[in-house]
Design a protein around this ligand. Structure first.
Ligand SMILES: NC(=O)c1ccc[n+]([C@@H]2O[C@H](COP(=O)([O-])OP(=O)(O)OC[C@H]3O[C@@H](n4cnc5c(N)ncnc54)[C@H](O)[C@@H]3O)[C@@H](O)[C@H]2O)c1
Ligand SMILES: [Mg+2]
Length: 341
């Protein structure tokens, strides 16, 4: 009877599935892979793999383009056979997505294997993520960022912080379990607010000492435990530049892999026109100043290389479009120009 009931349920859910959009079916499939170890293990045999070596993604340079190759399961097998304990390596892979046709994508860090062997077999090179994110196609950057963050999280959560015992990952890599205590660990992101402060006609951009020369960005800061987004925006602006936020508006969000895994929550904030004197916190920032519209528009046109003047000084430039700070600055320019029109 139970078997008949299950068969009816399966048939019903298959019928319901047929009416779902490609997106819904894809998300349901990914969720099944996370929940069902044997289904995911099977998926590894037909999936594709994005490779990393000590958290640096594998890229291929073709002409002027940098491609992010997906290595087939068969190719993966062939390469791993060159090393000992080949089977074990596939088990280290983590699920990072799937195609519309449900071909699962995995990320795998081959950090303990000889880098040059893999590079010459696959004709490419493992490239630092900070460079990779800005040279690959726009659609590939978020994928590389989230894959690296997940691999990094697994690498640094090998042991239970309560019992000190090793933790085991599920096949998809969506969690790790300590079998001694039963504690389940899930991959984490730290929430960070990034705020473009404006006084109505100018915007405030700042430099941290670690920024590349000439680059200015919006203010950013990690959320403290217990804070909501509004409280973090107000606190960070007060801490870093000594100003009081009057009002703020959410813009967008982005996952950011540095320093480990941040959820960047981007906001526009307004301060009173009469209270715009900056009192910079020099422990965090090396410069903070107001920029008018013309200066921002010029800065957006500049690239790091083109910012150097003949006398060696640098004209300001802003983060590239892959960073959400860029989007905030663009939105501010659009809003200012629409006000002027
Ligand atoms: N994508 C973008 O456009 C963009 C732009 C600016 C900053 N960011 C990211 O935002 C992050 C945070 O900005 P910030 O450096 O101004 O933050 P911040 O002003 O809060 O200062 C950083 C300091 O906060 C402390 N801190 C508190 N919680 C932390 C945590 N969970 N992890 C690490 N350090 C923590 C540390 O002492 C650290 O040195 C940066 O790491 C940067 O990568 C991204
Ligand atoms: Mg900061």
């Amino acid at each position: 009877m139970a078997a008949v009931y299950q068969a009816v349920c399966r048939r019903a859910s298959a019928l319901i599935c047929r009416f779902h959009s490609t997106y819904v079916r894809k998300m349901r499939y990914l969720n099944d892979l996370k929940e069902d170890d044997s289904l995911c293990r099977q998926a590894q045999t037909s999936g594709t793999f994005y490779l990393f070596h000590n958290l640096s993604p594998f890229l291929q340079e073709v002409g002027k383009q940098y491609l992010v190759p997906q290595v087939s399961a068969a190719e993966m097998k062939r390469i791993l056979e060159k090393f000992k304990e080949a089977e074990q390596w596939i088990e280290k892979s983590v699920l990072i997505g799937c195609s519309d046709e449900h071909v699962p994508h995995f990320a795998l860090d081959l950090g303990a294997l000889e880098k040059s062997v893999i590079e010459s077999e696959l004709k490419g090179s493992f490239t630092n993520l900070r460079k990779a994110l800005f040279v690959v196609d726009e659609k590939d950057s978020p994928l590389l960022a989230s894959a690296q963050s997940l691999l990094r999280w697994h690498d640094s959560h090998q042991y239970c912080s309560k019992t000190g015992q090793p933790t085991q990952k599920n096949v998809a890599g969506s969690k790790r379990v300590c079998h001694a205590s039963g504690i389940i660990y899930y991959p984490q992101m730290s929430p960070v607010v990034i705020t473009l402060v404006s006084d109505g006609s100018r915007c405030l951009l700042a430099r941290q000492p670690s920024f590349p020369q000439g680059m200015y960005s919006a203010l950013s800061g990690f959320c403290d435990i217990g804070e909501n987004v509004e409280q973090t925006v107000r606190r960070e602006v007060a801490e870093e530049v000594g100003l009081e936020v009057e009002s703020f508006q959410y813009s967008a969000s982005q996952h950011w892999p540095f320093p480990s895994s941040c959820l960047m929550i981007a906001c526009h904030a307004l301060v009173r026109e009469q209270q715009t004197e900056i009192s910079m916190n020099s422990l965090e920032l090396e410069e903070a100043r107001w920029f008018d519209l013309e200066e921002v528009v010029e800065g957006l046109k500049r690239e790091p290389g083109s910012s150097k003047q003949d006398d060696g000084s640098l004209l300001p430039w802003f983060p590239p479009k892959q960073a959400i700070a860029h989007q905030l600055i663009w939105e501010w320019v659009k809003q200012q120009t629409s006000q002027l029109a």
